[in-house]
Design a protein around this ligand. Structure first.
Ligand code: ZN
Length: 162
């Protein structure tokens, strides 16, 4: 069965960055199961899997514009230490929530300089060219329920919200 919109795909993948460093891999856990054509994967990966079948092993390289987008310089801001909750250890790698005019946003502390912290709301993979090693394990038709919900139910598909 070919991968098409409305089919459920089960696959293993390993995600590497430009330097070849592994960022994420399904190898040590359950394979990824997703409903194809509903934006659950980054666009470049979903597009290149379209029409493939179980058994496919492939390597897909996706540019930032087809992945998590370019880094937005406006999403990098500075904030004074006194603006953070007391007791918060302000150091690179710490995630903080902040209210913005567009609603709550998660920022990553990328640097602490004197009394100021530099915060970045970009996706950690924004601006990166990503390479996926993919092995398609199974392709099946989605159930009407899955189509109605826009996501996978049952084994391998996280659920429980309804
Ligand atoms: Zn559901």
């Amino acid at each position: 069965m070919k991968i098409d919109k409305g089919r459920v795909v089960c696959m293993h993948y390993t995600l590497r960055d430009e330097s070849g460093t592994t960022i994420e891999s399904s190898g040590e856990r359950e394979p990824l199961t997703y409903l194809h054509g509903y934006g659950h994967l980054i666009p470049g990966l979903e597009r290149s899997l379209h029409g493939s079948q179980a058994g496919l092993r492939t390597t897909v390289t996706v540019l930032p514009e087809d992945a998590y987008g370019e880094k937005d310089p406006q999403a990098v801001i500075r904030a004074a230490r006194e603006d953070f909750p007391e007791g918060l250890t302000l150091e690179p790698g710490v995630e903080v929530q902040a209210d913005t005019p567009d609603g709550p946003l998660t920022f990553m502390v990328v640097a602490v300089e004197g009394d100021e912290a530099v915060l970045d709301a970009n996706h950690p993979l924004a601006g990166k060219t990503l390479t996926f090693d993919v092995e398609v394990i199974d392709v099946r038709d989605a159930t009407p329920d899955e189509i109605a919900h826009g996501h996978v139910h049952g084994a391998g598909g996280a659920h429980g919200h309804h």
